[in-house]
Design a protein around this ligand. Structure first.
Ligand SMILES: C[S@@+](CC[C@H](N)C(=O)[O-])C[C@H]1O[C@@H](n2cnc3c(N)ncnc32)[C@H](O)[C@@H]1O
Length: 351
């Protein structure tokens, strides 16, 4: 298995993983082509429905074989084949724990029907009782805490819902965006990797693409393996991983403020959905938020203080780096900044 350790492999995932004799992955995240005519470097994304379903069954079976008995298996899929994925998973004996809807903003505008603004993310396990689920790593501040100051509130916060609206699609204007249009957001992968694996665990992505899963696994101190059929995508994602080196999100060593801490702060802000004004005005909430931040970035000694957190949040907000919370109106200033960056009509084709 050494040859898979922290590697991005160029090849067909069915062939590559089919040769593996033993289960090695603690967590698999698969984001296959959706069979909707998307233009990939080496893959033709418009095959007969029957063939696509047969192929889906093949790669799902191979993935199941390399997944450890306590492993988790997440699959992102579009509307057209979500039902097929669920049926195949049932046939393979996988157990569904959640059928997550990732609801993103800025869906493609259509004249003749409602705009599509979601992707399905299945969360399966192999064993009904034996699996990793680090609930504490993803809990968010509850309404009891933020609105009602209710003493009965769980101090750890509440579990997020199975509709995820806190992760925007990686638009053309995003710093994170590479030359690969159907890129998953790092923040979304971070939630999955944190909750369903421990540090040092092995994460596999059979459809590596731009390498989002691998790069987040790497930043979160996990082992990664990615497989992709395109030589170019493999080359680009290796570069992406290399560039992220020495900049882990987590770890005691990372006491100096960095771009990655900014990213974490932004993700946490959008997941917890407490406006900066409220955090600034309610010390108890700010303390709670700061504790969550320190836990998330793994800092126990010399933790960040609430005043540092609000300072960074305020700075990011002023420079329009924070973005509005879902449900909050976009201010005119932020709107202007965005339109200047040609957010609208950037030519991105939706998957
Ligand atoms: C939807 S993209 C994955 C995007 C990825 N999640 C990201 O964030 O960048 C699907 C990828 O699967 C790859 N692919 C298609 N067929 C494959 C196969 N049989 N084996 C491995 N990779 C394949 C394509 O080249 C493409 O990069």
């Amino acid at each position: 298995m050494q040859k898979f350790l922290n590697r991005i492999i160029c090849g067909d995932c069915i062939e590559v993983l089919g040769k593996v004799g033993e289960p090695f992955a603690d967590l698999i995240f698969a984001d296959p082509p959706f069979n909707i005519g998307y233009k990939y470097d080496k893959y033709f994304d418009k095959v007969k429905k029957k063939n696509y379903i047969a192929w889906t069954k093949e790669w799902m079976s191979v993935c199941k074989k390399v997944l450890k008995p306590h492993g988790s298996f997440y699959i992102a899929i579009g509307d057209d084949y979500a039902a097929n994925v669920k049926i195949i998973a049932d046939e393979l004996g996988l157990i569904m724990r959640n059928w997550i809807i990732w609801h993103y903003t800025f869906g493609q505008q259509l004249k003749s029907k409602f705009a599509r603004s979601h992707t399905h993310i299945f969360y399966f396990v192999k064993d009904k009782t034996n699996f990793i689920f680090n609930d504490h790593s993803v809990r968010v501040i509850s309404d009891r805490q933020k609105k009602y100051q209710d003493k009965r509130a769980n101090p750890e916060g509440k579990m997020p819902d199975d509709v995820w609206d806190e992760y925007p699609r990686v638009c053309g204007t995003f710093k994170e965006r590479l030359d690969f249009p159907c890129q998953m957001p790092e923040s979304l992968l971070a939630r999955i990797i944190r909750v369903s694996s421990h540090e040092g665990d092995w994460i596999l992505d059979p459809f590596n693409g731009s390498g989002t899963t691998a790069v987040v696994a790497h930043k979160l101190n996990r082992i990664y393996t990615g497989v992709d059929i395109s030589k170019n995508y493999v080359k680009d994602s290796k570069k992406r991983i290399k560039e992220s080196e020495g900049l882990p999100i987590e770890g005691e060593a990372k006491l100096k403020w960095s771009a990655h801490l900014n990213a974490e702060l932004k993700w946490l802000y959008h997941e917890n959905k407490v406006p900066t004004e409220q955090l600034a005005n309610e010390p108890a909430l700010l303390t709670l938020f700061t504790e969550k931040f320190n836990k998330r970035v793994g800092i126990k000694r010399n933790p960040f203080q609430p005043r540092q957190i609000i300072k960074h949040l305020t700075q990011m907000r002023k420079s329009a780096k924070l973005g509005p919370l879902r449900g909050q109106p976009i201010t005119r200033k932020a709107n202007k900044a965005k339109s200047e960056r040609k957010l609208w009509g950037n030519g991105v084709v939706m998957k």
